[in-house]
Design a protein. Structure first.
Length: 164
């Protein structure tokens, strides 16, 4: 399972029960992460979701090519190192974001190569992007970064972490 079903109803409140459920699911996930879509439909003009993440999950560097594809991430729990990359895959910036810090949010414009490493167990982030969601056009994965699930992905993350 990659994601929970979309939330239903007019209101969503993040409860301790839902937080625990998401964290448990991310711990049990082969990918070491799971998404809880808060938007009620994939056609929503604003896509909002919670990402429950564990260290070792691989967020393949990517960019969102559409003109309206700004993206905001806010750490609710845990810590990540957020990277911006050049067109050729060099690290342009690497920022630690932590739920226990003023540096808990990043907002990026479209067409920026980015990704992150999860630095603490049970990390939870809130993500918001303009919709509607279109799986074919939402993101472009970096050709210079290994595919998810490949053996190269693990060594690529280790190399990235060792260069911090």
């Amino acid at each position: 399972m990659y994601a929970f079903d979309n939330i239903r109803g007019d209101q969503f409140i993040l409860t301790a029960e839902m937080m625990d459920k998401g964290i448990r699911a991310s711990r049990e996930s082969e990918r070491k992460r799971i998404i809880l879509p808060i938007h009620r439909s994939q056609n929503a003009q604003v896509q909002r979701m919670l990402n429950f993440l564990q260290p070792g999950t691989y967020i393949r560097p990517h960019m969102h090519p559409l003109d309206h594809a700004t993206e905001s991430l806010v750490l609710l729990r845990g810590k990540i190192r957020f990277y911006l990359f050049s067109e050729s895959g060099n690290v342009v910036s690497a920022e630690v974001l932590s739920a226990n810090s003023i540096e808990c949010m990043v907002d990026i414009e479209p067409r920026l190569w980015h990704g992150f490493l999860v630095k603490e167990a049970d990390t939870v982030l809130f993500e918001s992007k303009c919709g509607p969601y279109n799986a074919r056009a939402d993101k472009t994965f970096a050709r210079w970064a290994p595919e998810e699930g490949s053996t190269e992905a693990v060594s690529w993350m280790e190399k990235l972490e060792n260069n911090e």
